[in-house]
Design a protein around this ligand. Structure first.
Ligand code: AMP
Length: 438
């Protein structure tokens, strides 16, 4: 039997793993400027955390979660016993619910405390049909700004997201930023009802799924994959016409501040994000090239009711998540190299066994001095060590043989020019720590 990774799940081979690391390092750099600190929550949580946080009627919770069962719980399932709530665990399909749970559990944002800003990076799991840019294990970077109610925080989060994409090198012209307001507990119920009524009025022309959504999650009908449903939903009532005064004012200020920042965006009154917790501002960034139909590279919004869902005091907040795999596809389409696998700077070639011991010692000293050093561990001939050094792409080879050992020296060969020089062993660290001259 030959083994392979499960469907929709990829190995991150060194080139890709390095690219992920590079993207995360840019996130760290950009987000730090805005006051964000790293948080890590578990890869799996009580299923109830996602049901509460994301919403039972969402596709993510209703159809896409991977369960996690311990031996005992799996045994109970086999015999058809019901699992207790604390035996029902799921792999996280997104990061916000876990962060909100942690905020409440550890009392991280008590009333009156300053805004807490967290970012995270890690695997998320959704049982979706795999295709380009859509995986079952994928990697997100996310940010959550908790305790902030003012529209300036919405604008700041969106600006930070766009700065992150720009710092990665994605051209501004290749990205489209969509914004909308989904209203709040005052105005959304009436809007939901209006969309529900619209769907029922048009039930004959809409797909079965959309008609079902009328009762469970009517706004999701805007996201139907079926083009004929999209055409019909284009005539549905728009939230922007039904926002209450406070929501309309909040949304207007967000747009005003995006203008202040010079951000180009499009208002999209049909943008409804797939998770239940959003209130007021929502946003999404799409790219034109490289991704086909899975063209959203990131999105997010405000979730003023979420912390209360987990038993906390009313605490407004908002955040976003971006998909690393999709960002990589977008970067590739724009010929942007995302991080390089590091190459050693120096290779130490040893002529014989005695020289190998010295080479080993020198390698340690040079690495401790901050240089990336490689040497042979396969008992290669000197010629083969040089070939390897060349293949690795090092700029300088240190040659150690009987003559060098006798005179406490080393021969340095610069690979670009072939130039050689003999230097005392105790000056190696100093010489090599200088920028290598060729
Ligand atoms: P969401 O949590 O659905 O708002 O997704 C945020 C971002 O994560 C999206 O814009 C995508 O870039 C990425 N993403 C979501 N689902 C997947 C998936 N199944 N495979 C790869 N990336 C995904």
């Amino acid at each position: 039997m030959s083994y392979h990774a499960p469907r929709g799940v990829n190995d991150l081979l060194p080139q890709t793993a390095q690219a992920h690391l590079w993207i995360e390092s840019i996130a760290h750099e950009v987000f730090s400027r805005y006051g964000y600190v790293l948080i890590e929550t578990p890869l799996f949580e009580l299923t109830e955390v996602f049901v509460r946080g994301i919403g039972e009627a969402t596709d993510v919770v209703g159809k896409e979660m991977f369960g996690v069962y311990s031996g005992a719980a799996a045994g109970k399932l086999v015999v058809g016993e019901t699992l207790k709530a604390d035996e029902q665990l799921s792999l996280r399909p997104e990061g916000t619910a876990g962060v909100a749970r942690a905020v409440v559990e550890h009392g991280l944002v008590p009333p009156g405390s300053p805004v807490a800003k967290y970012w995270y990076a890690g695997s998320m799991f959704r049982h979706e049909r795999p295709q380009k840019g859509r995986l079952r294990e994928f990697h997100q970077i996310g940010a959550e700004c908790i305790g902030a109610a003012e529209p300036s925080s919405d604008a700041e989060v969106i600006i930070m997201l766009m700065r992150f994409f720009e710092t990665l090198g994605l051209s501004r012209d290749s990205m489209r930023l969509y914004v909308n307001s989904m209203g709040d507990a005052t105005c959304r119920p009436a809007y939901r009802e209006a969309v529900r009524a619209f769907i029922l009025d048009n039930a004959e022309s809409l797909c079965d799924e959309c008609v079902r959504r009328a009762e469970t999650n009517p706004l999701r009908a805007f996201d139907c994959k079926n083009p004929s449903c999209n055409t019909i939903m284009a005539a549905a009532p728009l939230i922007t016409d039904m926002l209450c005064e406070q929501c309309a004012e909040h949304y207007a200020t967000v747009r005003e501040l995006l203008d202040v920042a010079g951000l180009v965006y499009e208002e999209n009154p049909r943008l409804v994000r797939g998770l239940d917790y959003y209130t007021r501002t929502v946003f999404e960034v799409q790219v034109d090239v490289g991704l086909g139909s899975q063209n959203a590279i990131g999105g997010g919004g405000r979730y003023d009711g979420l912390i209360e869902e987990f038993g906390g005091k009313h605490t407004p907040g908002l955040g976003f998540a971006v998909g690393i795999e999709r960002i990589l596809l977008a970067l590739q389409a724009q010929d942007i190299q995302a991080g390089k696998v590091p190459v050693p700077e120096v290779f130490i070639a040893a002529v014989d066994g005695k020289a190998r011991t010295v080479a080993f010692r020198i390698a340690l000293a040079l690495r401790d001095a901050g240089l990336a050093v490689e040497l042979d561990h396969q008992n290669r001939s000197l010629k083969s060590q040089f070939k390897l050094a060349d293949k690795l792409g090092v700029s300088c080879v240190i040659v150690l043989g009987p003559d060098e050992l006798a005179s406490h020296t080393a021969t340095l060969r610069y690979m670009d020019t072939g130039e050689e020089r003999c230097v005392p062993l105790d000056t190696l660290t100093d010489i090599l720590s200088e920028p290598i001259k060729t």
